[in-house]
Design a protein around this ligand. Structure first.
Ligand SMILES: [Zn+2]
Length: 229
């Protein structure tokens, strides 16, 4: 993957569950040295560290509420100012609302950063379902595998830790997966529209193996950089 840009690469990565978003974020992080800012992980870290934000969040999340926009915004704003984000970042799980997207615009203006693209990984529903149903996890180390796309090199033996026991999520049924996909669409629709109107949205076909999809994403980033440099 080749991207040449002095100011770094700044992306928002989105996609329904099962589109391979997390895996692609990992590839971008490794290949481009970007920091992967997962909103979910940031929330858990604030709570674990017992920060001011964490203390406000814990009771809300424990009740099953969404984290309020202003706390999420404060948290992300603090995080992107850290030096490991100097080469750029991939935002994942943020922004979730138009208000968050507008706040992100302001943060970026303040830091003189331009968002390169909002990449939505798109995979047809039937394939998402097939993928999620084909997922299994190493019991020992938690590495995720897939019947079709990512099998261990030696069948039945984990590549990472050599474990031989694997588990599947029992709540993964066609019905619950369809619900999760629909929920993703309902929640993200206004934000996706927001970026579409700004000309930042790039839909990337997420059908195929990890390397093929990673190349499609790299191509989009390369084209975007060519346009703005
Ligand atoms: Zn393992």
């Amino acid at each position: 993957m080749f991207v040449d840009k002095k100011t770094g690469v700044h992306l928002v990565l989105t996609g329904a569950p099962g589109t391979g978003k997390g895996t692609q974020a990992g590839v971008l992080k490794r290949e481009l040295g970007l920091c992967h800012l997962s909103a979910g992980e940031m929330l858990r870290e604030e709570i674990r560290k017992g920060t001011e934000i964490g203390k406000k969040l814990e009771p809300l999340l424990a009740k099953g509420n969404f984290a309020p926009d202003e706390l999420i915004i404060e948290m992300v704003s603090k995080r992107i100012a850290q030096s490991d984000c100097d080469k750029g970042f991939i935002l994942d799980g943020f922004p979730r609302t138009v208000l968050q997207a507008e706040a992100l615009d302001e943060m970026l203006i303040e830091r003189d950063i331009k968002l390169d693209a909002v990449i939505e990984i798109v995979v047809p529903d039937n394939i998402i379902i097939e993928r999620i149903l084909g997922r299994y996890t190493c019991v020992k180390c938690g590495e995720n595998y897939s019947d079709k796309f990512y099998k261990p090199e030696v069948a039945g033996v984990c590549d990472v830790c050599g474990g031989t026991e694997f588990s599947k999520r029992i709540d993964d049924t066609c019905e619950t997966i369809e619900k999760r996909i629909q929920k993703y669409r309902d929640v993200t629709y206004p934000t996706i529209k927001y970026y579409e109107q700004k000309g930042l949205l790039e839909k990337v076909d997420g059908n195929g193996n990890v390397g093929v999809v990673a190349e499609r994403i790299a191509k989009v980033i390369g084209q975007r950089n060519a346009e703005i440099c």
